[in-house]
Design a protein around this ligand. Structure first.
Ligand code: GLN
Length: 192
């Protein structure tokens, strides 16, 4: 376990409580972020952008006046873990249907793209994540990463396709690491 630090979880909608639990288990001080003033890179040492409904997230981000503070925070170089709807917000381009996104990760994602019969399913990464083996994966109406641009790097795949990417210290996952007992991804992203 790394040094305990203050990590924010964007707590506007969706699966933020489970991220908070995982981060607390790792010994971090968790801050539920709902206001721009909380997004101070000097005070907050990392941020999780949870799953949920990305269209709703966008609306609440604007209603609460969070857009500029989020931009500044994510571009500050602090570690960020964007999962599912969070990845959709972070992507460079979104389809299925198209919607606005922030472009923090050089990927194209298609929303709800696993097909009707498998909106939600469990699996594991193709390769070991570390010495402890593959990472368990839970997909819930998950996006698919359709293209990875040169600024981003694929960290893990499932069935040959990218499901975890990074660009600098910003990580994006199509799955829900916070809904498994496995805290290795949070530990890797937020280790000092
Ligand atoms: N389908 C959701 C969206 O498009 C994402 C699903 C999730 O975050 N579990 O925003």
């Amino acid at each position: 376990m790394g040094r305990a630090v203050r990590i924010g979880v964007l707590a506007l909608q969706g699966a933020y409580a489970a991220h908070a639990r995982t981060l607390a288990r790792l010994g971090h001080d968790v801050v539920e972020v709902r206001e721009a003033a909380q997004l101070d890179p000097a005070a907050l040492e990392g941020l999780a952008l949870p799953g949920g409904e990305s269209t709703t997230h966008l609306k609440i981000i604007d209603r609460q006046g969070l857009r500029a503070a989020l931009e500044t925070y994510v571009r500050s170089g602090r570690p960020v873990l964007a999962t599912c709807a969070g990845l959709i917000l972070a992507a460079r381009r979104v389809t299925g249907p198209a919607q606005e996104s922030f472009g923090w990760l050089d990927v194209e994602v298609a929303r709800n793209a696993w097909g009707r019969q498998v909106h939600s399913f469990e699996a594991a990464t193709d390769a070991p994540f570390d010495a402890q083996g593959p990472l368990p994966l839970i997909f819930i109406r998950a996006p698919r990463i359709r293209a990875v641009g040169p600024a981003a790097e694929v960290v893990a795949t499932f069935d040959g396709e990218p499901i975890l990417v990074r660009q600098g210290r910003v990580f994006g996952a199509t799955f829900h690491p916070e809904l498994t007992d496995d805290a290795r991804l949070h530990a890797r992203v937020f280790s000092a």
